[in-house]
Ligand binder design. Structure first.
Ligand SMILES: NC(=O)c1ccc[n+]([C@@H]2O[C@H](COP(=O)([O-])OP(=O)(O)OC[C@H]3O[C@@H](n4cnc5c(N)ncnc54)[C@H](OP(=O)(O)O)[C@@H]3O)[C@@H](O)[C@H]2O)c1
Length: 250
């Protein structure tokens, strides 16, 4: 994969922490200018930018709630004016509900759907016209194996991540031939999102995985970089599972 193949400007939603941060850092190392989106955690976004710069890259941070059409529109306009046209978009912003299905009410369900589904829809729709007009663009949306397997403890999350897989497939058909849209379905990745999980459950997941370990954010950024690159030019509409093998279990 050449630096040129990756394009020049990328927007990473949820770039302040976890998987999004690793993606921003990896892109920065390839010479891509990275727009790092955050919503509540400005310090974390600044830290990502510092890491991008430490790796030889550059970029800027942008606050926007991905579930707000107005804020996403403002962010995309600001990124394009500051850094240039967006060639690559990665949607990594996401939330998961706490508590089991007994606690799941409509408000919680809608909030998860807003951030994970509308928060994927809005950035994609905001960049697609520019990409199609320029005849160049690559989009990667972060789903989850929770969208492929039964997840009785996080029904809203699981539903939202299944929706992302359908969204990716349909957008790829709509925006081609020069704009590719793909997804990644990570397994358990050690980030803030998973840090409060029961250690015994984590140990069980480690044992289930064919590779006998849990994932780290760089496992996902490596796959995202490949899908963004021209080397993945014949891949569109797919959601790749990156989970050490656990999704194949019943
Ligand atoms: N970790 C896993 O095991 C795992 C597995 C499968 C899929 N995923 C998916 O991977 C993605 C990243 O997860 P992660 O583990 O890196 O999570 P994380 O460490 O909890 O980070 C979440 C990120 O999303 C941002 N965010 C949350 N709500 C937002 C909103 N409304 N608008 C803009 N940004 C928002 C946060 O910004 P602030 O820093 O400003 O709060 C933060 O950057 C999510 O879509 C998640 O569902 C994670």
């Amino acid at each position: 994969m050449t630096d040129e193949a990756l394009g020049r400007v990328a927007l990473v939603t949820g770039g302040s922490r976890g998987i999004g941060r690793a993606i921003a850092e990896a892109l920065g190392k390839r010479g891509v200018k990275v727009a790092i989106n955050w919503v509540t955690n400005e310090l974390a976004a600044q830290k990502t930018l510092e890491e991008v710069r430490a790796g030889g890259g550059d970029g800027a941070t942008y606050q926007a709630d991905v579930a707000s059409e107005r804020e996403v529109g403002k962010m995309v306009t600001a990124v394009e004016s500051d850094l240039g046209p967006i060639d690559m978009l990665v949607t990594s912003a996401g939330i998961m509900e706490a508590g089991g299905y007994q606690q799941l009410d409509l408000e919680t369900f809608q909030q998860v759907m807003r951030v994970n589904v509308e928060g994927t829809f809005l950035p994609v729709m905001a960049v697609k016209d520019g990409m199609i007009a320029r005849g160049r663009g690559s989009i990667v949306c972060i789903s989850s194996i929770a969208g492929l397997r039964s997840r009785p403890r996080v029904i809203a999350y699981s539903t939202s991540k299944a929706a992302v897989i359908g969204f990716v497939r349909s957008c790829a058909g709509a925006f081609g031939p020069n704009v590719r849209v793909n997804g990644i379905a990570p397994g358990l990745i050690r980030t803030d999102m998973t840090e409060s999980m029961d250690p015994d459950v984590l140990a069980g997941m480690e044992q289930e995985a064919f590779v006998k370990r849990l994932g780290v954010p760089s496992d996902i950024s490596a796959a995202v970089l490949f899908l963004l690159s021209d080397g993945a030019g014949f891949i569109s509409g797919q959601t790749f599972v990156v989970d050490g093998g656990r999704v194949t279990l019943p």
